[in-house]
Ligand binder design. Sequence first.
Ligand code: BGP
Length: 474
Amino acid sequence: TLQCFPKDFLWGAASAAYQVEGAWDKDGKGMSNWDQFVRIPGKTYKGTTGDIAVDHYHRFQEDVELMAEMGLKAYRFSVAWTRIFPEGRGEINEKGINFYNQLINELIKYGIEPILTLYHWDLPQALQEEYGGWESRRIIEDFTNYSVELFKRFGDRVKYWVSLNEQNIFTSHGYLHATHPPGMKDEKLFYQVNHHANLANARVIKEFRKYVPNGKIGPSFAYSPAYAASSNPVDILAAENAEELNNFWWMDMYAWGKYPKMAWDYLERKGVAPLLEEGDFELLQEGKPDFMGVNYYQSTTFESNPLEDGVGAGKMNTTGKKGTSQDSGIPGLFKTTANPNLKRTNWDWNIDPQGLRIALRRIKSRYDLPILISENGLGEYDQVEQGGVIHDDYRIEYIRSHINAMQEAISDGVDLFGYCVWSFTDLLSWLNGFQKRYGFVYVNQHEEGNHDLRRIKKNSFYWYKDVIESNGGK
Ligand code: BGP
C-alpha cells in the first residue's frame, strides 16, 4: 500500500528572476550576463529577451494573489544579484532589497513558504567582464558577500534556500556548448569553472550556518538519471560512465565534498581535471547541504560510442519542431539515444514519470539526504480557446503521473518534503522564447506582438488546487 504525503508537504511552484521579472533596467538594477547575451543576434528564439518577461516585478501582488487562490504552500523564486549589487559587489541597492522584501512579505501574508534561490544564472555582467565571472576564484568572495547580505536581510523570514540552480546546466551550456553566456567551448575551463562553483557553494553553505542557524539550504541539481539502451554490457558501461560523469561528478561533491574517483582519473588522463589549491577539500568538506534539490524533467538513455568518428556535441531542439534534436555524447564513453518506451514532447524531451521514482531512489540510496523536487513540469504549446479557456490536459497528465511516482518513492522510503512545479505563471524559456509554456497561469506574452500580459488560469490551475487541498489525493 502507498504511503500518504506528509502533512506539511510543500506543494509549490517555481520561477527564476530573469524569466519572470522584466524591469531589466529599473530601480538601479545592473546589467547581467543574460541582459547582455540576449542582445547578441541569433542567440535566443526569435531574439526574445527578458527585458519585460512577464513583468512580475510590477505585477507580483497580482501573481501572489493567484498563488493564494490556488492554495499554494510554497513558492520558489530567485533573486537577481544585479538588483542587490548592480556591479556584482560594492554599493548595495536598497531598492532591490525592497522589492524582495515586499515579495517575501506578500507570500508570508498568505501563508506561502518562500524558497529563495541565490543564483539562477543571471551573473552580474560587471564580474564577467572584470575577471571572467566563474572562471576566477574571485567569484567565491563576491558570491559569498552577496549571499551573506541576503541571509542578513531575509534570513528572519525565509527558511528554505537554494544555493546554485543547476550548476551542471549553466556551466555546460556556458562553457561546453556555447549556448548560454559567456558562449564558450573549452572543456578544461568548464571543469575549472565547476570547481570554483563547488567552492563557492560550500563557502556559502558554511556562512549560512552562522546567519540562518534554523534554516535549510541545498543546491538544485538537474538530474537526468542514466539508462542503458540495452542489456549489452557495452551499453551498460556507457550508462555507468554517463551517470558518473554527468551526475555523480556534481552530486558526490555536494553531498560528500569529493569527486568520484573514476571520473577524476579519466579527466586527469585527458588533461582537463581542474587545478586544485591547498585547503580546497577542507572547505568542500565544511559546506554540506541540508537537502538535495532535484530538478527532474526526464531520463536519458545511453549506448556505447566508439572513439573513432564518435558522436559529439549533438543539437538541442529549441524550435518546438518534434524530431529536430540530435544525439550527443563523448567519443569513447557514451552517446544518447532515443528510448523507444517513452513518448516525447514537441521539444523532444522524454516523458518518464517512473524515471522520477528511479531518480529519487538513487539519490536516497547513495546520499541519504532529504530531497526537495525544486523543478518538474511540462513545456508545451498552449492554446487559448473561445471564452478564455486553456485545456492543458497534457500538463495535468504529466504532473499527475509524476505525483504518483513521488508517492511511490515516498513509500519506498525516500524523504521527500516538497514539490515545486515549473512554473506558476508562464515565463520566458531561456532559449525557446514564450512559445514553450510551463505555467498553471497563462500570460498573454509572445514574440508576435499584441501582448497585454493578461493572466488567465489554465485548467491545470484548478486541478492542482484540488491536489493541494487533498494533500496529493487527486
Ligand atoms: C531548467 C531551468 C529553468 C527552466 C527549465 C525549463 O533547466 O532551471 O530555468 O528554464 O529548465 O527549461 P526550458 O525553458 O529550456 O524548457
